[in-house]
Design a protein around this ligand. Structure first.
Ligand code: FAD
Ligand code: 2HG
Ligand code: ZN
Length: 469
């Protein structure tokens, strides 16, 4: 019997025959990323039911030296959950581990297994009068382990922070099968290194997250959403300052959408903006547990018109209208996918240089690919835009990718604000990340996963800057 066949038998003993998938048709959905840009071939997909099974699976894989690719909802946009092409890796899917173990509305925490769907946890929290304050268009499929492992952002980072800010405790399985139980429901814990931070945003390269304790928030009673059209991004930044002055900490979303993005949404999703007239649009939301927000938002809009910042605007006056405005924003990714040919960038730069960045990157891209169109949208309030270039599969993709990231580096920005490196940005991470930071990343990996059991070829390449050829 080959080593692989032995391992498959052991995995079947641990999880049951039905939970070890090997047939091409069965593993298909686990073998490619959401964008369908990378296709892999796993040795098998294994679906453990609990932490003890995860630990046993990891031990078995370790004995046979077969690496593991952790997978949640497979909605990641960096191909981090896609196995390599050679049938040499086991995909470990968390999808059966979806229990909400404990929800404490007073302490405002929820303890949940890694495979729980984000939307399901949000619905349960809402039923108990609390908010899980993470919002992203993929939340109907993304899982808790996935958002923690990518440190997902979304549209409410401005108010509540990235996923990292919500994680109070983690349970993880290490490469030798050890279960580390850090599932504490504590807001304050300075008893030693805060090791969980290493696993947040590690994209499955250090261990398997099997459960998490997340922070909840009160449900805002009042929420006001407005869509404004504006002439340019400098104006958007002035409006951001104005919004901070008028609604302060109640500001929960400040999203920029280009007219091109809205055009794609209209073309592919049939959704039309209620206002027209600008090259750019802002979706602004404020929410609060206290009342009195509506007049503050109205004053903000009045000031925006008086100062000549807004060209046109609409404030949602019902839940339905609010949903309709948000639908315009939430459908951009799907619409871009239908259009095809999109080259994604997930950049952040300091807000005060965002307008300069856009000019520089735009010139550089157009010089390389004159026919390129720009699907730019995203979380302007966080200094994070999805600077996606529509170039119809043109051969200059790599050059355009580099030109955009060169502009990012000039502004001391990041080539991935929220989606991660995965496989998609591996080369650009190597090219743009300073050597000292690359070596630090490898030191962490070597300390926690010295045998390279978890997600090889993701987050950083085997050979780093400065390694001898
Ligand atoms: P997967 O795609 O399955 O995995 C992502 C990474 O985490 C992989 O590297 C995987 O190996 C690792 N991983 C998964 N589970 C575990 C685990 N239990 N233990 C260890 N490692 C694990 N992202 C944002 O940040 N903001 C957005 O606004 C946003 N919007 C999106 C909208 C759409 C339409 C889509 C398709 C995606 C969007 N994303 C967004 C990207 C994606 O949804 C998030 O990155 C999400 O956090 C991924 O969760 P997942 O469960 O699908 O993880
Ligand atoms: C969003 O903000 C997501 O909608 C997806 O992060 C971005 O499609 C993208 O590039
Ligand atoms: Zn985003």
């Amino acid at each position: 019997m080959t080593a692989h066949a032995l391992l498959l038998d052991e995995l079947r003993d641990i999880c049951g025959d039905a939970q070890v998938l090997t047939a091409d048709l069965d593993v298909e959905a686990y073998s490619t990323d959401w964008k369908n840009s990378v296709r892999g071939q796993p040795l098998c997909v294994v679906r453990p039911a609990n932490t003890a099974e995860v630990s046993a699976v990891v031990k078995a894989c370790n004995r046979h030296r077969v690496p593991i690719v952790p997978q949640g909802g497979n909605t990641g946009l960096a191909a981090g959950a896609t196995p390599g092409p050679d049938g040499e890796e086991v995909v470990l899917s968390l999808l059966r581990m979806k229990a909400i173990r404990d929800l404490d509305p007073v302490g405002m925490t929820v303890e949940v297994e890694a495979g729980a769907i984000v939307q399901t946890v949000k619905e349960e929290a809402e039923r108990r009068g609390r908010l899980l304050p993470v919002s992203l268009a993929a939340e109907g499929s993304a899982m808790v382990g996935g958002i923690v492992s990518t440190n997902a952002g979304g549209i409410n980072v401005l108010r509540y922070g990235m996923t990292r800010a919500l994680v109070l405790g983690l349970e993880v399985v290490l490469a030798d099968g050890t279960v580390v139980d850090g599932l504490r429901h504590l807001r304050k814990d300075n008893a030693g290194y805060d090791w969980k931070q290493l696993f947040i945003g590690a994209e499955g390269t250090l261990g398997i997250i099997t459960a998490a304790v997340l922070r909840l928030a009160p449900i805002p009673r009042e929420s006001v959403t407005a869509l404004l059209s504006i002439a340019d991004v400098e104006t958007a930044l002035k409006l951001f300052a104005l919004a901070q002055d008028h609604v302060g900490e109640a500001l929960s979303a400040f999203e920029l959408i280009s007219a091109t993005s809205l055009g794609l949404v209209e073309k592919h999703a049939g959704l039309k903006s209620p206002i027209a007239s600008g090259d750019w649009y802002l979706l602004v939301e404020a929410s609060s547990s206290l009342s009195g927000l509506q007049p503050a938002m109205e004053k903000l809009l009045e000031a925006a018109f008086e100062q000549g910042l807004a060209l046109d605007g609409v404030v949602a006056s019902s839940r339905q209208q609010t949903q309709a405005l948000w639908a315009l924003r939430e459908h951009v990714t799907e619409a871009e996918a239908r259009e095809g040919g999109g080259l994604k960038h997930d950049i952040s730069v300091p807000l005060r240089t965002m307008a300069d960045f856009l000019v520089e990157a735009g010139k550089a891209v157009t010089a390389i690919c004159p026919s390129a169109a720009f699907n730019v949208f995203g979380h302007l309030g966080d200094g994070n835009l999805h600077y996606n270039v529509l170039m119809n599969g043109a051969k200059e993709q790599a050059a355009v990718n580099r030109a955009v990231h060169d502009a990012v580096v000039r502004h001391r920005g990041s080539i991935s604000a929220e989606h991660g490196i995965g496989q998609y940005r591996l080369g650009e991470w190597l090219r743009t990340k300073p050597e000292s930071e690359q070596l630090l990343a490898r030191a962490v990996k070597q300390a926690i996963d010295p045998g390279g059991m978890f997600n090889p070829g993701k987050l950083f390449p085997a050979t780093l800057k400065g390694d001898a050829a």
